[in-house]
Design a protein around this ligand. Sequence first.
Ligand code: NDP
Length: 302
Amino acid sequence: MPNTTRPAVTVLGLGAMGSAIARTFLAHGHPTTVWNRTASKAAPLAEAGAEVAPTAAQAVAASPLVVVCLLDGTAVDEVLPAVESAVAGKVVVNLTSGSPARARAVEQWARAHGAEYLDGKIMGDPPYVGTDRVLFPFSGSRSAYQAHEQTLRLLGTVAYHGEDAGLAAVEFMAQVAVSYELLIGFLHTLRLVRAEGMDVADFAGRVAGSLPAYPALLTSMGEAVRDGAYAPDLGPLTVQAALMDDLIAHRESVGADTTRMREVKSLMDRRIADGFGGQGFSALFEGLGEGLGERAGAGRAE
Ligand code: NDP
C-alpha cells in the first residue's frame, strides 16, 4: 500500500529510464501515477502498485510533481501540448536528454501555462536509479527544487546548478565533453605506447595509479581560471615548452597523432611571447576561444 504521507508523483514516459524512476518512487511509498504512449508498457508498473492514467493530461492532473522522461525533445514537444490544460500549479521536472536551449524553451512553456519548471539530466544507467551511482544535475525553479528535493534524492545523487533552466544540460554536456576530450588523448597516447612495443594495458594501469593527483590539480586549475591568477602548475610554461618539440617529434616518429600537442605548443609559445612564461599550464585557458560570447554571470559560483 502506498504511504499517503508521501507526496504523489506522476511519471510520463515508461521506457527503460522512466520505468526505473517510477519503480523507485513506488518502492519508497510515493503514490505514483504513470502514463506511456504505448499503454501496454504500463502493465508491470501497475502490478508494482502504480495508477495507470489513460491520458497524459489525466496523469498530470493526478500529482503536484510531474516527472517527464521521454526519448528526446521531439517526443517532449509532442506530449506537452496534450497536457497544457492540466499543468497549472504543478512542478514539471523534465529529465529528458537535450540541449540547454531546449531546456530553456520548455521552461518558457511551463511558465506560460502556470507551472514551475525544473530541468534535470541523468548520468547513469537505469538499473542503478535509486542508488548514489546515478547523478542528476538539476536547474530551474529554486523553490520547486527545494520543495521536492527530498523526493528527487530518492533517484540518486542530486545537485542543483541554479535558476537558469539550461544549466543542468550545460553540466551534463560539459561532463561528457571532459570525458571525451581526456579519453581521446589517452587513446592517442596508447597508440604511441604500442608503437614503441610497450604493453598498453600495463601502461594504462600505471596511468590509473597516477589519478589520485588529479582531483587537487583540477580543482586548483578551475580556481586559477576563475580568478585569472595562474600559478606555475605543472611548472613554468618556459620549462614545459622546452619539452614540446621532443614530444611532437617522438609522436611523429611512430606515426601517432600530433594535433593536440601542436595546439598545446602553439598556446604555450603565444603565452610566453606575451610575457607570461612564469605562469603554469592553466594559463593556456587565456588563449582558448577568444571572441567567445559568454553568458552573464558565467564563471561565478552559484
Ligand atoms: P526508451 O527508448 O527506453 O523509452 C523512450 C520513451 O519515450 C518511451 O516511453 C516512448 O514511448 C517515449 N516516446 C518516444 N517518442 C515519443 C513520442 N513521440 N510521444 C510520446 N512518447 C514518446 O528510452 P529511455 O527510457 O532509456 O530514455 C529516456 C530518456 O532518458 C532519454 O532522454 C535518454 O537519453 C535518457 N537517459 C537514458 C539512459 C539509459 O541508459 N537508458 C541513461 C541516461 C539518460 P513508447 O513506449 O510509446 O515508445
